[in-house]
Ligand binder design. Structure first.
Ligand code: ADP
Length: 476
């Protein structure tokens, strides 16, 4: 069986968030399970492409409105990632540094999908499954069915995975003139509330759709940024498959980014060593409990709650707690956190920006991870944290609710709070702090070991995707 994944991100080629982590891992584990997996994504001018060898496998051109764009399909020669990596390069459109946030982003993703399908059809390359991730690849199933030039791919089952239903790729209808010619009677499949909505088109036209946790699947019926009724109407073809973590990349015992590697036997010493390293750099007292936040400063992540919540905790528990925040995004949040740093320089570490290495170091150094997300389709941070012996303190929503069991329940190992508000978040942080103060090193160490032993590996989830492909879609 051969599956081709269409996605905008793939770690370590280009990463903005969890989408990249999934695309860097799932195909690798599919290969290990005996499925041929490829990823085709846009070309970005990032370090990975500068340091790896690529060969052109195809050269063609697409017409987008009145512009003719020559494109090249590049293949990474050494299969460094453990699967076939293909890039769509289009000079001036798909050869830039950043993944998102260009004014002509719609043109970029339209061209990416158009060129990728053009290549598959002209090269007569027909996979067994086409797997589309999020709205950047949302038009693929529609094109295959309703754009005559791609009819070669008709009958290939299409799977959609929703990593984040908040972003839908909305476009004005005038953008339809930039698309490949399609059966105009079918325009309604592209439309949602008077706009072209690639995520809606994906859900309508795919053969099956999955979400990255079961909790998120049901949440989408009531909270999907306008698409609630669509997700509910299409529920017969929906499946919740929780993400895993790449235990080769996220391995405390071998992670080359950590100052101190550790295992189940050396966890307490190892984590203290990592904490000392971070605390030394950021002038924090390494004897205090270290709570951390890592992520995008966005409302869905509850990052707006950070400044007041941390300020409250740092005031009330003066000299008893330290925090570290790594992230970037909303400028107001960035400035408010800078202001908290000015007031508590000895108890807050702050890094505004994206830093993969620092993220690894912080997961390893932290005592607990704070995730007040309002919406969390799966959430990978809590999984990485637990793998590195860090206790999750999370808002009970979506994938967080599915993967973290509260300490107050049988077999529990984390802290859940019910409301994504400052009060809710403070209640969660006070609970973990109290637990830290009451637990002796042995009890806290046992909790760390328990977390490290939890199995969130990709093998289990890969099996579920295989089952979906084989039993529901291609019957082999
Ligand atoms: P989302 O994809 O919604 O942003 P996830 O929890 O699924 O959230 O995945 C976030 C991923 O991005 C994790 O691998 C996390 O470590 C990483 N990450 C987020 N922000 C940063 C940052 N500022 N620096 C480094 N890594 C980050």
């Amino acid at each position: 069986m051969h599956v081709i994944h269409f996605a905008a991100e793939c770690y370590p080629v280009a990463k903005v968030g969890g989408l990249a982590d999934v695309l860097g891992a799932l195909p690798k584990y599919q290969q290990k399970a005996g499925i041929k997996a490829s990823v085709i994504m846009p070309f970005y001018n990032k370090p990975f492409v500068q340091t790896h060898d690529f060969e052109p496998v195809y050269e063609g051109a697409i017409q987008q409105g009145d512009k003719l764009y020559p494109y090249t399909i590049l293949r990474e020669q050494a299969d460094t990632l453990g699967f076939e990596l293909l890039l769509v390069k289009i000079p001036q459109l798909l050869d830039r540094r950043e993944v998102y946030s260009y004014a002509d982003e719609s043109e970029q993703f339209l061209a990416y999908q158009h060129a990728a399908l053009d290549w598959l059809c002209t090269a007569k390359y027909r996979p067994d499954i086409i797997h589309c991730h999020d709205h950047h690849a949302g038009l693929i199933p529609f094109y295959i069915e309703y754009a005559g030039q791609f009819s070669f791919l008709k009958g290939v089952p299409t799977v959609a995975t929703v990593h984040n239903g908040q972003y839908q790729g909305w476009m004005h209808w005038r953008m339809a003139s930039l698309m490949p010619a399609f059966d105009t009677w079918s325009w309604g499949l592209l439309d949602w509330d008077g706009l072209i909505n690639p995520l809606a088109a994906l859900i309508k036209c795919c053969w099956a759709y999955t979400t990255v946790s079961t909790g998120y699947l049901t949440e989408l019926y009531t909270k999907a940024n306008g698409l609630e009724s669509l997700f509910a109407a299409e529920r017969a073809k929906s499946y919740g498959i929780v993400n895993g973590i790449d235990t080769e990349v996220w391995n405390q015992a071998t992670d080359p980014m950590l100052p101190v590697n550790f295992n189940l036997t050396t966890v307490n010493k190892g984590k203290q060593g990592n904490k000392q390293a971070i605390c030394k750099t950021y002038h924090l007292n390494d004897q205090l409990p270290l709570g951390v936040f890592i992520g995008r400063f966005a409302l869905e992540k509850g990052a707006d709650l950070l400044p007041n919540t941390l300020r409250y905790m740092l005031n009330k528990y003066a000299g008893q707690v330290n925090f570290f925040v790594l992230g970037s995004g909303d400028e107001t949040i960035e400035q408010s956190l800078q202001a908290v740093l000015v007031d508590f320089p000895q108890h807050l570490g702050l890094y505004i920006g994206y830093n993969e290495e620092l993220a690894h170091q912080i997961y390893a150094a932290a005592d607990y991870l704070f995730m007040p997300s309002r919406v969390e389709p799966c959430g990978l941070n809590q999984l990485y944290a637990m793998r590195y012996g860090t206790v999750p303190v999370v808002h009970a929503t979506g994938g967080l609710k599915d993967t973290v069991k509260d300490l107050n329940t049988a077999g529990g190992y984390g802290f859940l709070f019910d409301e994504a508000t400052e009060e809710g978040a403070i209640a969660g942080l006070e609970r973990v702090l109290l637990h830290w103060q009451e637990a002796d090193t042995k009890t806290w160490g046992q909790l760390r070991k328990f977390l490290m032993k939890l199995d969130f590996s990709w093998e289990k989830s890969t099996e579920k995707y295989t089952e979906l492909y084989k039993q529901k879609l291609i019957n082999i």
